[in-house]
Design a protein. Structure first.
Lengths: 176, 457
């Protein structure tokens, strides 16, 4: 990528919310926003689609439950059936608790693993924080300088109008 | 017309802190040299842990004949401690998951340490069934695995097997929930740390978190999903623990009231332990601005609610036993209240039913020292509840020729003390090496409150 980016740095939640709405209305491309905490409503302002992770949670939970109920039936009633106190081979109600636990286990573990995978978080990954302070008290809005229509001076003014404490231009390679 | 006066609620975090100040305050609590009080607590806990380790080593080497159990009372201290510790853990999940779903903002000051408390409590709980097996090195037999004995599978109809699955799932999910919440804060510390080993460790465990909002959005989704999973999970865990008893035919155990009764009791005792720990943490780590009197008060109200449910359960249980027309049930309950273990029963009633009534008064709820004392008494009461349920039901069952008594040996007492040692050692180390307050979440709450205030101003 040869493009350049413009980074607007803010220190207030309200500023980052309003500037995000504004630059989207103006049609600029937001590469990403970096924030010290999950700002309520910023995903809507950025126009992010809701995450599809709930599907992973649902499907893997279902698979876990189905696999476990089959396994309990297979071991208790088919593979090596043992008479425990005269209870039926296939004691379905008694299989419910473990099925539930395994469902929760599958759903939870797989959702977290899927989250790490899609967000590319793994031990040893070097964090390329866009500016120092985004994990402390700064918000950074990263805009792509797309084409000739992108007037750096004008955008800079827009960002500053919304309370940017600093605006930096840099080459895209130096970004995550 | 009278002017409308907007009464703004007391702030959750005192001192009107900026975002950077929040980071600085919470990190400073970790970086300061540990206080004398911390060393006092840590060394005390460590010596208890040493006593417990010696006791466990001895009883594993010798056998559980070192305990005071007999053929009539086959469960006593060990299972009491197991249920007690598991119950303690439940309040952590209540705060982190259930209060998250109910959007209770005050939880952010206490959820991190409450979740850590859950992990340590479940670790303590796990020890007891393990050593009760007598041959803990064969503990993997409780899980189904292909083996050379048939393969002979385990009995999935047994509540003890359910328990193994429930507790291990509970630990895994609680751990992931806790770790997930830690990641942004680990990154914050990483970015403040000086180069060196400490920084490299935080780099490793923060998984390269860079605060990207695309990641934040997914993070929020996953957090919500885990909270949604942990909520029914925590209810199921103590329900299954109660089934360990309720599916047996022993009078005093065989009751349908057990699951809700146990879940309420677990949260009751756990909240008391959270209060104990929070009051210690805020004093030892100087975090009075973050864990305020308001937090303590809210938790007292939760204790009062759960204590009332527990009191209702005691009453219902006693009444239904007398009303049942079953002489064994009637006897067991009268024996609880007036038999040889009456002292334990009345300790339980006074600590769990009478003591929490003081929390109706605001004066008392806002008196930190007094609340600390009350929380300790409730912990004692809830330990005795499990002891009463387990031992009084077993020691005099159907046939008088079976009757026996029970008294713990020094080994059992040492093991209990050791579990407290493990718990507090882990907690005090945690206070020193990890941020005990969820910085990223507190920042969100503070920013939200500031915005609300601006709206009203």
């Amino acid at each position: 990528m040869s493009g350049r980016v413009m980074v607007g740095i803010f220190q207030d939640e309200d500023d980052i919310l309003s500037v995000t709405q504004e630059v989207r209305k103006e049609g600029y491309t937001i590469l990403d926003i970096y924030a010290p905490y999950a700002v309520h409503g910023l995903d809507k302002a950025m126009g992010l689609q809701p995450s599809r992770l709930p599907w992973i949670c649902f499907l893997l939970g279902l698979i876990g439950a189905a696999a476990k109920i089959w396994f309990e039936y297979w071991t208790s009633a088919s593979d090596w059936a043992i008479n425990v106190g005269g209870k039926p081979w296939n004691s379905l109600p008694a299989f419910v608790p473990i099925t539930f636990e395994v469902m929760v286990l599958f759903a939870g573990v797989s959702t977290v693993i899927a989250f790490f995978m899609v967000s590319r978080l793994y031990p040893g990954r070097r964090a390329s924080t866009v500016i120092p302070g985004v994990t402390n008290d700064r918000f950074a809005l990263v805009l792509e300088e797309t084409d000739a229509a992108f007037e750096p001076a004008e955008v800079r003014r827009l960002l500053e109008r919304h309370g940017a404490v600093e605006v930096i231009e840099r080459a895209e390679e130096s970004l995550p | 017309m009278a002017e409308v006066e907007v009464v703004s609620p007391r702030p959750l975090i005192l001192g009107d802190k900026s975002l950077a100040q929040i980071t600085a305050d919470i990190c400073a609590a970790m970086l300061r040299r540990p206080s004398a009080l911390w060393w006092f607590g840590f060394l005390g806990a460590l010596s208890l842990l040493a006593v417990g380790t010696a006791a466990v080593t001895y009883q594993v080497a010798t056998g559980i004949g070192t305990w005071g159990l007999n053929t009539t009372v086959g469960w006593a201290f060990d299972i009491t401690n197991f249920v007690f510790w598991i119950g303690i853990g439940h309040a952590g999940t209540l705060i982190s998951a259930i209060l998250f779903l109910f959007r209770q903002r005050w939880r952010t000051s206490v959820n991190r340490s409450a979740e850590a408390m859950t992990l340590f409590a479940v670790m303590c709980a796990g020890i007891f069934p393990l050593i009760h097996m007598g041959r803990p090195w064969l503990a993997y037999w409780i899980f189904p695995y292909p083996n050379f004995r048939g393969p002979l599978w385990m009995n999935f109809r047994s509540p003890l097997a359910w328990d193994a699955f429930a507790v291990s799932t509970y630990f895994t999910i609680s751990f992931m929930f806790w770790y997930l919440g830690l990641i942004p804060d680990l990154a914050t510390i990483r970015d403040r740390a000086r180069p060196g080993l400490r920084r490299r460790l935080f780099e490793f465990f923060s998984l390269g978190w860079d605060g990207s909002f695309r990641t934040w959005q997914r993070y929020e989704t996953v957090y919500m999903l885990l909270a949604g999973l942990a909520t029914p999970l925590v209810v199921s865990v103590h329900t299954i623990v109660s089934w360990d008893f309720a599916t047996a035919v022993i009078p005093g155990w065989h009751a349908t009231i057990f699951p809700p009764y146990f879940v309420a009791g677990a949260i009751f005792s756990g909240m008391a332990m959270v209060l104990t720990l929070m009051i210690v943490a805020r004093t030892v780590m100087n975090l009075q601005d973050f864990i305020t009197v308001r937090h303590v008060e809210v938790m007292c109200k939760l204790i009062l609610l759960n204590g009332s449910i527990v009191a209702l359960a005691y009453g219902t249980e006693f009444f239904i036993a007398q009303y049942s027309g079953n002489p064994y049930e009637q006897f067991v309950f009268l024996n609880r209240a007036f038999g040889p273990f009456a002292w334990a029963y009345w300790t339980m009633v006074s600590c769990n039913v009478l003591v929490p009534q003081l929390l109706w008064f605001r004066r008392i709820r806002t008196n930190i020292g007094l609340v600390f004392g009350l929380s300790l008494l409730i912990n004692v009461g809830m330990w005795f509840e499990r002891f009463v349920i387990i031992v009084t039901s077993l020691h005099r069952d159907f046939l008088p020729s079976n009757w026996a008594s029970y008294r713990p040996t020094s080994i059992e007492v040492a093991t209990l003390l050791g579990s407290f040692g493990l718990f507090f050692t882990c907690f005090l180390i945690f206070c020193r090496i990890l941020p005990i307050i969820a910085m990223a979440e507190v920042k969100g709450v503070v920013a939200h409150e500031r915005a609300e205030r601006r709206k009203h101003a």
